[in-house]
Design a protein around this ligand. Structure first.
Ligand code: SER
Length: 317
């Protein structure tokens, strides 16, 4: 990777990945954003920023040519609960947008990373230790776009040789940019409440297990999969990756070890609960470990210590 374009650079993953890539690579790391989601000062000052709307193929092609881009990180998406309220837009961005990216990548010979998700699975998928290759019949529009994205990405590799690679992310937890409208977001919000010393109202019921990951591990996965030797790949789109699985009780009790006065009550949101119930409890990530050396560094305890320390600093508590 020398010259990189990040589409969706100001979102939940992009805002951190863009800065990380700029710290690693000397070439152009172009932050693509849409009006209304402008980059912050640090992003503006540390490298080129350009308007790149994923639904506009000409705009993507122009920026790829202008900066001689060889790798595209396609991070534009609506998260699961939002996608249920705007299914057409979720399809337009997630599938129409990806088609635009893949066509530009085919013409201009770029590698492409597009995240998939635990949301690509459905209620018929084996729940525990979900295998790499298994049933994917999601019930959400988010999941439909993610499975379509996996298939399109593999198609462009097999048919046209486009170097497409991706991972199925679990819920991502970070203290930097808050996610918007995901089903796993409760596991971010709970830390914000704990750090602000407020009671947390949990929208997901006790006993609902989902895979989660601390953002530093997720960012490392984004870099390592694109740097991996493809000779060892049996899979491409997309690899299961995992680091921890918990339900609201487990994360609550972990936080209480550090914040003994912290209180949580439940007010279950039927939309998010329904989505969570259709997703796996935990993924088997052995293919990612074998084919490109994936290994998480954070567990629930080390993530909790870091999240609470960073958020308390942020809120001066
Ligand atoms: N974090 C995402 C969501 O909850 C899952 O990939 O929508």
């Amino acid at each position: 990777m020398k010259n990189i374009l990040i589409i969706g650079s100001t979102g939940q993953i992009g805002s951190e990945l863009t800065m990380k890539l700029r710290g690693i690579y000397n070439g152009n790391v172009v932050a693509g954003y849409i009006p209304g989601a402008e980059p912050n000062e640090a992003m503006k000052e540390s490298g080129p920023c350009e308007i790149v709307d994923i639904t506009n193929d000409k705009q993507i092609a122009e920026i790829v040519s202008k900066y001689n881009i060889d790798t595209i990180y396609n991070l534009a998406a609506l998260l699961s609960a939002v996608a249920e309220t705007k299914p057409q837009l979720a399809w337009k961005i997630g599938v129409g947008g990806l088609c635009n990216v893949l066509e530009v990548a085919r013409e201009k010979k770029c590698a492409v990373f597009t995240p998939s998700s635990i949301g690509s699975f459905g209620p018929d998928t084996p729940r525990d230790n979900t295998p790499q290759d298994t049933l994917q019949r999601p019930k959400t529009m988010y999941g439909v776009t993610k499975v379509s994205g996996e298939l399109l990405s593999d198609y462009y590799f097999n048919r046209f040789g486009v170097d497409t690679r991706s991972v199925r992310f679990p819920g991502l937890i970070s203290y930097v940019t808050p996610p918007g409208g995901g089903t796993t977001d409760y596991a971010v919000d709970i830390y914000y409440s704990a750090a602000k010393k407020e009671q947390f109202v949990c929208p997901i019921g006790a006993g609902t297990f989902m895979d989660m990951m601390y953002m530093p591990d997720a960012l490392r996965a984004c870099v390592e999969i694109m740097e991996a030797d493809p000779a060892k790949f049996v899979h491409r789109n997309s690899f299961n990756i995992a680091s921890m699985s918990f339900d609201p009780e487990i994360i609550y009790n972990k936080i209480k070890e550090y914040e003994p006065d912290f209180k949580m009550v439940y007010n279950v949101d039927p939309l998010r609960q329904g989505i969570a119930d259709s997703w796996p409890n935990s993924l088997d990530d052995s293919c990612a470990r074998e084919e490109w050396g994936w290994k998480p560094e954070f567990d629930l305890d080390s993530m909790t210590r870091d999240m609470l320390a960073k958020l308390k600093e942020k809120f001066n508590k």
